[in-house]
Design a protein around this ligand. Structure first.
Ligand code: HEC
Ligand code: HEC
Length: 280
């Protein structure tokens, strides 16, 4: 069955191969067509109207902080009777990459083209503006990208999930790093440091509005603290409690650099109060 079909396909190929060169021979223009050399003398002039019709030259997207990339597609049509050649596409920053056919890219009259842009959002917040310089043989034009980053919505656990979480953590305090639990408790934790890491790895328990009473407020500790204090707690947690051990050496998710960044950050934002002020 398969053999049969392949044989048939091969027969068509042979037939086609026999026909196309014969057709080409009858038309001399194919062999003698001049090689098209794009003219780059207008590369730095503004692109006049009436050359390329863009679907938009400013595009905006909304994304959550902590997303990987914002992606854009711009499409355009050559509305002149001549070829328009795209010479290069240069994003304003190294965080933006452009995807397009190899340049020079010639767009025949009346045809459409499309470029895809992606902006790396790692560590970014607020509203970002990026420009992309789009140069053609008829002139250049800036495409504008706007990205509105908003904080991730707070995840809330239902009472049932909460009870299940506490029950699972009581059996194994490292359960938070496994299976389903990890989808929330390790969300945006790998590769993160300092404040961002704290928010995602620790804040989920310690800064939650309706956290369980056994989860202490780290801003109001009654014991003297220093970087070593934070490092030790993060590394080992506390056996027999719900505070997990975060160090990779203890089966946790964090490497030494991440732990050091957290200890330094926490020591800076929560300086030891117990040693400075006598208990009230
Ligand atoms: C799964 C929830 C959870 C997560 C996630 C968590 N903790 Fe805890 N943490 C606890 C609980 C519960 C305690 C109280 C332990 C006990 O019973 O003493 C605690 C205690 C602590 C203490 C001791 C405070 C004191 O009373 O002296 C420190 C320090 C601490 N956590 C820091 C962190 C840091 C830093 C992170 C992030 C790397 C983190 N925790 C992540 C639940 C959590
Ligand atoms: C949907 C996201 C999500 C999942 C899944 C999840 N957690 Fe949590 N967890 C949270 C949030 C948010 C908090 C902070 C308390 C709150 O808001 O209810 C929390 C708090 C906790 C606490 C501290 C006690 C408390 O209630 O304050 C423990 C322990 C815990 N989770 C363990 C687990 C375990 C174990 C699993 C898996 C069986 C798990 N969680 C699955 C989001 C999640």
């Amino acid at each position: 069955m398969k053999l049969h079909r392949n044989f048939f396909a091969a027969a068509i190929l042979i037939f086609a191969a026999g026909v196309i060169p014969a057709a080409a021979q009858t038309s001399n223009t194919v062999a003698s067509a001049p090689v098209y050399v794009p003219d780059s003398t207008h590369e730095n002039d503004p692109l006049p109207d009436g050359v390329l019709a863009f679907d938009a030259t400013l595009k905006s997207v909304d994304a959550f902080e902590g997303s990987d990339f914002a992606r854009f597609t711009f499409s355009f049509t050559n509305i002149t009777p001549d070829i328009v050649t795209i010479l290069n596409v240069h994003p304003s920053c190294g965080c933006t990459t452009a995807e397009l056919p190899p340049v020079p890219w010639s767009l025949a009259p009346g045809t459409n083209g499309e470029i895809k842009l992606s902006v790396n959002l790692a560590g970014k917040q607020g509203t970002l503006f990026k420009t992309v310089n789009f140069a053609t043989d008829k002139g250049k034009r800036d495409l504008m990208l706007r990205i509105n980053l908003t904080p991730q919505p707070v995840v809330k656990m239902t009472e049932a999930e909460k009870a299940a979480g506490i029950a699972a953590a009581k059996v194994d305090r490292q359960a938070v790093f496994k299976g389903d639990c990890a989808t929330c408790h390790l969300k945006n934790v790998p590769g993160k440091f300092s404040q961002e890491l704290f928010k995602n790895a620790c804040g989920i328990c310690h800064e939650a509005e309706n956290r369980a009473t056994m989860v202490p407020d780290l801003a109001k500790l009654k014991v003297p603290t220093n970087e070593e204090f934070w490092r030790t707690w993060i590394t080992y947690g506390k056996p027999g409690s719900l505070m997990p051990a975060f160090a990779q050496s203890q089966g946790g998710p964090l490497n030494d650099l991440q732990i050091a960044s957290l200890a330094q950050y926490l020591n800076a934002v929560h300086p030891s109060s117990a040693t400075n002020e006598p208990a009230k």
